[in-house]
Design a protein around this ligand. Structure first.
Ligand SMILES: [Mg+2]
Length: 236
């Protein structure tokens, strides 16, 4: 099979462009435990990473057994402070982006304000200005396909000619639902088994990204076995 460049590379933000997930899961774990719902950073990773803010708040209120209207502002305040002090690009991502020869855009579960903040703090914003899409732009967040299909349409790309780069289970599921090939980045917190599945190539080093973007899609291989969700009723 010959190499074929995709029309568009759609990049997740948190955990793919910016190294934000470790800061986020530690803060969420600490805050929820203090509020009366003891969750470890791994619990938080399993339950919330890659999901929209709306979904996360709904799950937190169910877990706490009460409304928590104070959560979004308090969490955003803590997270913003941590980002300003500690946020860095994902190791190797700038060189990988420099080597890509195809159009790119960002598609994140976070709101636009957060995406612009994190990309700005890490010096990546100018690369993507005007090509940033948020789950708040569409009806359903990841793992639904809406956000990736919206990004492809806005960028004038055929969904089947897009490649998605994701580090969360909800993200690779959204890519599959959108009919897009995906590259699952397991170089951060996410175990590679969470990303494996039909149409997904798992990788752990950003230096491999440019080559994987133009590599032919995996074919003739049976889908990897899906592991049961670690928490009943939790997919992402
Ligand atoms: Mg992510």
């Amino acid at each position: 099979m010959t190499e074929e460049a995709p029309q568009l590379v759609i990049l997740d933000c948190d955990g793919v462009l910016v190294d934000s997930e470790k800061l986020a899961v530690e803060i969420e774990s600490e805050m929820l435990t203090a509020m009366g719902w003891p969750l470890s950073p791994l619990d938080v990773l399993e339950r919330f990473v890659g999901r929209s803010d709306a979904y996360t708040l709904q799950q937190i209120e169910a877990g706490l057994g009460r409304r928590a209207p104070e959560w979004p502002a308090r969490y955003a305040e803590r997270l913003t402070a941590a980002f300003r002090a500690h946020l860095r690009p994902v190791p190797g991502v700038e060189a990988a982006l420099d080597a890509l020869r195809v159009p790119t855009c960002v598609a994140s579960s976070g709101p636009h304000e957060k995406i612009r903040l994190t990309l700005g703090l890490t010096g990546l914003l100018e690369r993507f200005d005007g090509r940033i899409f948020s789950a708040t732009d569409v009806a359903r967040g990841k793992p639904a396909p809406d956000l990736f299909l919206h990004a492809a349409a806005a960028m004038g790309a055929d969904p089947s000619a897009c490649v998605v780069v994701e580090d969360s289970r909800a993200g690779v599921e959204a890519a599959r639902a959108a009919g897009m090939r995906s590259l699952g980045f397991a170089g951060g917190l996410t175990p590679r088994e969470w990303l494996e599945g039909p149409g997904t190539t798992v990788f752990e080093d950003m230096a491999d990204l440019p080559g994987l973007v133009t590599a032919p899609p995996p074919s003739g291989r049976p889908p990897a076995p899906r592991r049961a969700p670690l928490r009943q009723g939790e997919a992402g």
